[in-house]
Write a protein that binds this ligand. Structure first.
Ligand code: THF
Length: 276
């Protein structure tokens, strides 16, 4: 189905309970929901409004850099993190820092850190049956130093072995997102992890499988109500296709121009304020 996102939005719009939140905006909220996107059937970029894929892709490349400062994004025209940054552009030890250099100090090396992305790639290549291919951004000891605690907090990879001789295994990814801004954030989050799954599959000679999105507090902000009504009146188009134009030497060498989105048919953009 290509309307999973819209079905989810409709479910929370219809059944969400009124709930206050940290930002003081107010939400309609449901606890716990799951969507499954078969990445072989297309790239799950929401079609019932225009989603700015360039911001999605550059944000992912910024995470993979291990970056914590919004400058790199701003220099490329991406402003989605500006609201949370300090005057120097710093966000503290957010996603990129935890993905690439989760602090693991020892007496001998107080600056030692764990590169979770490299570790997952190594395991995918040497022991794809592993049930431990996990990346966590939820570093409890560092939460109070982050400008915003991770919303998409924890993800796991899974390889289904080839089912016919000569076929390749398929790579699936499941994300646990503790807090989900359904109108603004979730279309970005789905596309971001779908893209990451394509990149890892390419680097590890696997085909793509499923992306499974699992949400905790799934909410529609009360100042997004009209936008949601507009969007739910629209009929989804078929998903676009993602093509990787080259195979970079490693997961850390992708550039925006390596991503080609084909046949992205979409309804017009819908503007909405972001809750800070
Ligand atoms: N806080 C809140 N309230 N919602 C979120 O979705 C969210 N994030 C990140 C951190 N805190 C959050 C930031 N990600 C947009 C998209 C993603 C964001 C923040 C903002 C946004 O405004 N999108 C517009 C414009 C797109 C653009 O400028 O390129 C849109 O129409 O999609 C979720 O992880």
């Amino acid at each position: 189905v290509r309307s999973q996102y819209e079905d989810f939005m409709r479910h929370v719009f219809t059944h969400g309970v009124h709930k206050g939140d940290r930002t003081g905006t107010g939400t309609g909220s449901v606890f716990g929901y799951q969507m499954r996107f078969d990445l072989r059937e297309g790239f799950p970029l929401v079609t019932t409004k225009k989603v700015h894929f360039k911001s999605v892709a550059l944000e992912l490349l910024w995470f993979l850099r291990g970056d914590r400062n919004v400058r790199w994004l701003q220099e490329r025209g991406v402003t989605i993190w500006d609201e949370w940054a300090g005057p120097d552009g710093d966000l503290g030890p957010v996603y990129g820092v935890q993905w690439r250099s989760w602090p693991a100090p020892t007496p001998e090396n107080p600056h030692a850190a764990i590169d979770q992305i490299s570790a997952v790639i190594a395991t995918l290549k040497t022991n794809p049956d592993s049930r431990r291919m996990i990346v966590s951004a939820w570093n409890v000891a560092e939460l109070d130093k982050m400008a915003l605690m991770p919303c998409h907090a924890f993800f796991q990879f899974y390889v289904a072995p080839p089912q016919t001789p000569g076929a390749r295994g398929t790579l699936s990814c499941q994300l646990y997102q503790r807090s989900a801004d359904i109108f603004l954030g979730v279309p970005f989050n789905i596309a971001s992890y779908a893209l990451l799954t394509h990149m890892l599959a390419q680097q590890c000679d696997l085909d793509v499988g499923d992306f499974i999105w699992t949400g905790g507090d799934c909410h529609i902000y009360s100042n997004h109500t009209e936008q949601v009504q507009t969007q739910l009146a629209r009929t989804p188009y078929p998903y676009p296709e993602l093509h990787l134009r080259r195979r970079p030497p490693s997961i850390f060498d992708y550039e925006f121009d390596d991503f080609e989105l084909r046949d992205y048919q979409h309804h017009p953009a819908i503007k909405a304020p972001v809750a800070v």
